[in-house]
Design a protein around this ligand. Sequence first.
Ligand code: URA
Length: 210
Amino acid sequence: MHVHVSGHPVVAAKLSLLRNKDTSSKEVRGLVHELGLLLAYEATADLPLRRDKELMSPLSRYTSDVIKKRVALVPVLRSGLSLVESLLSFLPDSRVLHLGLYREKMTLEPVEYYNKLPQEPNVDVCFILDPMIATGGTAIAVVNMLKDWGIPGHSIKFIAICASREGVQHLSSMHSDIHLYTAAIDDVLDSHGYILPGLGDCGDRLYDTT
Ligand code: URA
């Protein structure tokens, strides 16, 4: 797997604020959005351009550039929703294809409950949005769904705020061809599937639920 851990100091500083248990839900949403913008900047850096129309600036003619590929954002419900607006700021013409998976409490295995992929793959590049990669089980299941749909691994980019080392290794062992963009890889995954130090339960912190 092509793993890109951001080395940007602003990412590290914002992630530190996000980890703090005293950061409010409103602040968590703001920080996740901002980290999403910073990771989106890195994850979109190699998108190819197409020369488009001839237009006029106030002073002369120029040829405009547009993003060549058809892009889908694939938020994993529910916490993946928190990254959608960040990516749309960069790629406003993207389709948004929601997938719903939850981790079964005892086995920690992903269970699919919502799938908004159309019948035919009508995009070239998919950005999977999920703030956390813990065991890697959900991430693997989502990549499987996109590959089964017809998207090649090299066109799948996973954006996560924080991943566990074990989860990254697990995902990489199943999908060595995808790209992962994250702010941090943490060393510990506890027996309940939580990342340490991590962020806690990201969905609960975003939406102030327990
Ligand atoms: N999901 C979360 O929200 N937090 C974790 O630590 C692991 C999975």
